[in-house]
Design a protein around this ligand. Structure first.
Ligand code: SF4
Length: 693
């Protein structure tokens, strides 16, 4: 096999570190590359990513059930023609019997921009169905909704990562980049070496918190009260930026009045964070600038996640941080294309360019680009969990296509989701490995990997990057673009689709033109020559926009909007039966549901199994020693994990990683009313020691 040196990016997280692939044994040699975000660094996941390419578990041919329609019969190898014929028949039969919306798709934040765009278009134009959403709903949706409400736009970081190194104070809320994206820590380390102060809000003393100046450990689900309490202090101490508020914002008076109820002693009681630490944090943010507030999933994955992100946004606006150099509010995206994945139309309520599906002007623009009538476009569909919760029911989706997502492990209340997946009339999964979701499928399609196809990704900074093809996929493996185009052909809509990534990107540019996430000035060549291009970029001679909000906000008034938010208890509180709070999160060695990283030998050796993190006081109460097996139980299910005792976690809280089946058997699918984000980060559990056999 001939392989030439190729500059590309890591297949995993939103940092999208640069790497170079050259011919090697057995497939490619992978080396870190100097690129603006990673500056030559890679984490263990990135360093071992080439192991995925020739992994012995790799899917190399389509699979179908030995007895069609019987998912208890084994999977057997099939031709693409046979597999696609089965899918086409299932789609046609279901839509004739149950209507167009009975066929749907579930996408992922790991898809390239081209594939996310093509999947959204496939569902709306080939299936003419409203039933599509993606796993980013479980990831970024609360911060995205809050940013859209305040700023009129959602771009994870509205500034380049390098600005973090220049900030004198950084407040990280529910974020653990030291484990999630280690190369990004160099920016925090540079700042700290120059005297910057870092504050971490997290119920666990994570690796990130270990290096911080201050660590605040609130009870999970009380971040909103903490943020409102800080704003209360900022107002009382005269720290708010009155001139900024008057010139650049609206709505402050209502927020100011609402913070009256968040006096420091009360907030200390609600959150468990000492008043002295709350006051010190406010003082640093207000007087040791430039300062920034960065949130991540710990703050956002709650049944009040949007309002919680909003509370931190309100604080950033009141202190006059947003739109100033090395300063502001941002959210740290998790998935590789978590940003681009939510811009191009695989979300239930969106069209490309971050347009709204229920906006007549947006519908007219995109319909014209797609060459269809506006009234052919379906209305917005159900959000991710709502769609999954109704699978196989009357009025629900009966034929589901899943791309780049392992919902059997990653969705909340996973026992319920497993039941719903089994209730489907037909399940299709496109993946590189036989994931827990693919094991349930009627048809499994082997798809090309990150190094085997062209495409673009948009990283956590809004920087559009090129993933380049270093080698061809195995002979019987196809790209998702090829698969979608072939299916569209079989459904009589092939003329609307292309399997060529560059052609798809050119159409995406036109579809996004004039939208919030405007890619119309971005070309493959510019991305290569300029180390990526930041959106919005409305013309080929436009430099792109690394920093947003310097001159105003893309709202009707040009001002940012304060929104009054109040604390609500988590949807499920501890009680006698389930006395502790479970919170979930990441380990350094694993990525998402672990479908890829659990198979990488070096990563599996470093961390062979999930560990439940438990405070020694809690462990003592239940007779649990370090390394014991423990059973965690919630109202929805149970999971057995090995205990890791740590005095760095709150004694009333248990942490479990979500990279293996188990943690999401426990989690609560209660949804945030604005973003439809499930409450992954706080539910009530009981714990007991567990004896095998
Ligand atoms: Fe890959 Fe993220 Fe690790 Fe960088 S930090 S090497 S992008 S997993």
């Amino acid at each position: 096999m001939s392989v030439t040196a190729t500059d590309t990016h890591c297949p995993y997280c939103a940092l999208q570190c640069g790497m170079t692939l050259t011919p090697g044994i057995p497939v490619v040699k992978l080396e870190p590359r100097e690129f603006p975000v990673n500056k030559g660094g890679l984490c263990a996941k990135g360093f071992t990513a080439a192991d995925l390419l020739d992994h012995r578990d790799r899917l190399l041919t389509p699979l179908v059930r030995k007895t069609p329609g019987d998912r208890t019969s084994p999977l057997r190898e099939a031709t693409w023609d046979e597999a696609l014929s089965l899918i086409t028949d299932a789609i046609v039969n279901s839509q004739e019997t149950y209507g167009r919306d009975s066929v749907g798709a579930f996408g992922g934040g790991g898809l390239t921009n081209e594939k996310a765009y093509a999947l959204g278009k496939f569902v709306r134009v080939a299936l003419r169905s409203a039933s599509i959403d993606y796993n980013g709903r479980f990831c970024m949706s609360s911060a995205a909704t809050a940013a859209n409400r305040a700023f009129g736009v959602d771009r994870g970081l509205p500034f380049p990562l390098e600005d973090v190194a220049e900030a004198r104070t950084v407040l990280l809320v529910g974020a653990n980049p030291a484990d999630a994206m280690p190369p990004s820590m160099q920016y925090l380390d540079t700042g700290r070496a120059a005297g910057a102060k870092h504050i971490v809000v997290d119920p666990r003393r994570t690796a990130t918190a270990n290096g911080a100046h201050l660590h605040l450990q609130p009870l999970p689900g009380t971040d909103l009260a903490l943020a409102n309490g800080m704003l209360h202090i900022a107002i009382r101490e005269g720290f708010v930026d009155e001139a900024y508020i008057a010139e650049r914002t609206t709505g402050f008076e209502a927020v100011k009045a609402a913070t009256n109820a968040y006096w420091p002693e009360r907030v200390e009681r609600m959150t468990g964070v000492p008043e002295t630490k709350i006051r010190e944090t406010v003082r640093l943010l207000a007087t040791n600038g430039p300062a920034m507030i960065l949130t991540a999933r710990g703050a956002e994955q709650h049944s009040n996640g949007t309002d919680t992100a909003q509370a931190w946004l309100n604080l950033a606006l009141a202190l006059g941080l947003v739109g100033k150099p090395y300063s502001g509010y941002g959210t740290i995206t998790g998935q590789g294309n978590g940003q681009g994945g939510r811009e191009h139309g695989q979300k239930a309520d969106q069209l490309p360019g971050y347009r709204k599906l229920d906006d007549p002007a947006a519908r007219a623009h995109v319909a014209a680009v797609w060459g269809i009538e506006e009234d052919e476009l379906p209305k917005p569909g159900l959000s991710a969990y709502e769609m999954l919760d109704r699978l196989g029911t009357d009025g629900g989706v009966r034929v589901l296509m899943v791309l780049a997502s392992n919902i059997a492990v990653s969705a909340p209340h996973s026992n319920r989701i497993l039941d719903r997946l089994r209730a489907l009339d037909f399940l299709v999964v496109s993946d590189i490995f036989l994931s827990e979701t693919a094991e349930l499928a009627d048809v499994v399609l082997p798809t090309a990997q990150w190094a085997e196809e062209e495409g673009t990704m948009t990283n956590l900074e809004g920087r559009v990057l090129r993933r380049k093809r270093a080698l061809p996929p195995p002979p019987d493996v196809r790209t998702d673009l090829e698969m979608l185009t072939e299916l569209a052909e079989r459904l009589g809509r092939g003329k609307f689709f292309s399997s060529d990534p560059r052609t798809v990107f050119e159409e995406l540019r036109r579809a996004s033109a004039g939208g919030i996430a405007d890619y119309s000035g971005i070309t493959y060549e510019r991305i290569e020559n300029e180390d990526g291009v930041f959106w919005p970029c409305p013309a080929e001679d436009h430099p792109g926009t690394p920093r947003l909000f310097a001159d105003g906000f893309p709202t009707p008034s040009g001002r940012a909007t304060f929104i009054k938010v109040d604390h609500r208890d988590p949807a499920e509180m501890p009680d006698k039966l389930f006395p502790y709070v479970l919170t979930t999160g990441r380990n350094m060695q694993q990525y998402q549901s672990g479908n890829q990283t659990r198979r990488v030998k070096a990563l599996a050796v470093a961390l062979p199994e999930p560990r439940a993190e438990i405070h020694p006081d809690l462990a003592r109460r239940h007779g649990i020693a370090d390394g014991d097996l423990v059973e965690l139980r919630s109202r929805r299910g149970a999971a057995v994990l090995r205990a890791r005792l740590s005095d760095g976690i709150r004694p009333d809280t248990v942490f479990a990683p979500f990279h293996w089946p188990g943690a999401n058997a426990l989690t609560n699918p209660a949804l945030d009313p604005h973003s439809r984000m499930p409450a992954f980060k706080a539910c009530a559990v009981a714990i007991s020691s567990y004896t095998e056999g």
